[in-house]
Design a binder for this molecule. Structure first.
Ligand code: NAD
Length: 423
């Protein structure tokens, strides 16, 4: 339970999920557990009012957030989410997972996250631009290339990052490409960034599959969310010989045991904004998604999806957490008991922030790498990080999630200890 006055007591909130994940790792941190409370409170939370003029001349106010959870190992890093369900607590949890993720793969960053409570589909392009720019201006007091570097997340993309970079640059008086990552290529973006998170999901999935003797050739894959992360991951699994057998997104749930035509499915998603209109699969009830016969399940949409009840029904041998926080802590226990391997979000979806790091480095040096260089370096960082985490899990006989937290929290708290408390 949190002792922060601004946190609710909902036991299934993402922040509470994060706190119980921290509690699970403290016994493995030795004397560093002394600094454990550092992990349980965000360093800085900013709530901003974002008023904009709508196209019809009225004024609307949106609530925006930027949370810097921990900056012991470097500047804050983390995406910006536009979604009607965004809350401060959710952003806090997402920022904390960024702290763990960056430390887990060894990137020189702390963790941060931002968001606006809005359904961007209800805004015109001009309204979206005004909202993005005003939000960037409001959080401008705490972001910057050396301070905190936003990136895309749910419902944000390269165009949003371009507006954020431009607004920050206008306010500071010089072009600062390094203030955000996930930018369009000609504005200092990196090759390979758009598909990096999905590629990381595939790389960790490929390695995990090898370890449990699961052949990707013919493996059945079910995915929740065919957005940026889900589509890039599934594309690589299909290229490796796997079969996409079920998709759930905000427009519907479809299954086809013989496999979807991936290109056709993506054409429908691009054209209609979701999978709902795809013809060559059977529409099934949303809840039935969790009963689908599959080998690999990729939650790649929102958090809190794998509850205890669903964990008891899942047929997959391997779960790859493309999304952040898709599994509740009690459900984790069920999956462990059922011998279903979970590659947790904090390593599984770290490919995005890894290539964001490459983008940031390239922006500083103004020297850009080829896509092959990016993908080879990404592969190596992910495989090395996963191997180290796996060794830690084997040594302590703990899950990959607790092992990732153990590796990451040790790095974070050593930095905390070495820097010392100010003043
Ligand atoms: P996106 O906006 O591109 O896609 C989101 C997907 O989720 C869409 O397919 C949408 O239809 C689906 N969805 C939304 N509401 C749903 C619901 N109620 N039920 C089922 N599906 C629903 O977002 P994204 O960038 O692919 O991010 C997906 C997840 O991955 C998020 O948890 C995000 O935090 C995480 N993530 C993203 C990145 C990145 O680089 N984009 C990096 C790390 C983690």
């Amino acid at each position: 339970m949190s002792n922060l006055s601004y946190v609710s007591s909902h036991t299934d909130s993402p922040w509470q999920t994060y706190l119980s994940q921290v509690d699970r790792v403290l016994p493995y941190l030795g004397h560093l557990a002394h600094w454990g409370e550092t992990l349980k409170r965000p360093k800085r939370t900013l709530i901003v009012d974002v008023p904009i003029e709508m196209d019809d001349g009225t004024v609307r106010h949106f609530e925006g957030y930027r949370v810097q959870h921990n900056l012991s190992r470097g500047p804050g890093k983390g995406g910006v989410r536009f979604h009607p369900d965004v809350t401060l607590e959710e952003v806090m949890a997402l920022s904390a997972w960024m702290t763990v993720k960056c430390a887990g793969v060894g990137l020189p960053y702390g963790g941060a996250k931002g968001g606006i409570r809005v359904d961007p589909k209800t805004l015109s392009r001009k309204e979206l631009e005004r909202m993005t720019r005003r939000y960037t201006s409001e959080i401008g007091i705490i972001i910057g290339p050396q301070r905190d570097i936003p990136a895309p997340d749910v419902n944000t993309n390269g165009q949003i990052m371009a507006w954020m970079m431009d607004t920050y640059s206008m306010n500071t008086g010089s072009t600062a490409t390094g203030v955000v990552t996930g930018k369009p290529i000609h504005l200092g973006g990196s090759l390979g960034r758009v598909k990096a998170t999905g590629r990381g999901v595939f790389v960790t999935g490929r390695e995990a599959a090898k370890r449990i003797g699961l052949n990707l050739q013919g493996a059945k894959v079910a995915v929740q969310g065919l957005g940026n992360v889900g589509s890039a991951a599934v594309e690589l699994f299909v290229a490796a010989g796997a079969k996409l057998v079920a998709v759930q997104d905000h427009t519907g749930t479809l299954a086809n045991p013989n496999g979807f035509d991936f290109n056709e499915a993506m054409a429908v998603v691009k054209r209609e904004g979701g999978i709902g209109g795809y013809k060559n699969a059977e529409k099934i009830d949303g809840e039935a998604f969790w009963d689908v016969d599959c080998d690999i399940l990729i939650p790649a949409a929102l958090e809190g999806q794998i509850t205890t009840a669903r964990a008891n029904r899942i047929k997959a041998k391997l779960i790859l957490e493309g999304a952040n926080g898709p599994t509740l802590p009690e459900a984790d226990d069920v999956l462990k008991d059922r011998n279903i391997l979970v590659v947790p979000d904090v390593i599984c979806n770290a490919g995005g922030v890894t290539v964001s790091y490459f983008e940031w480095v390239q922006d500083f040096s103004s020297f850009f790498w080829t896509e092959d260089e990016i993908n080879v370096r990404l592969d190596k960082i992910m495989v090395d990080a996963l191997n180290h985490i796996w060794d830690t899990a084997d040594r302590h006989k703990i899950t990959l999630r607790t092992a990732t937290f153990a590796v990451a929290c040790e790095r974070i708290l050593i930095a905390r200890e070495e820097r010392g408390l100010y003043p």
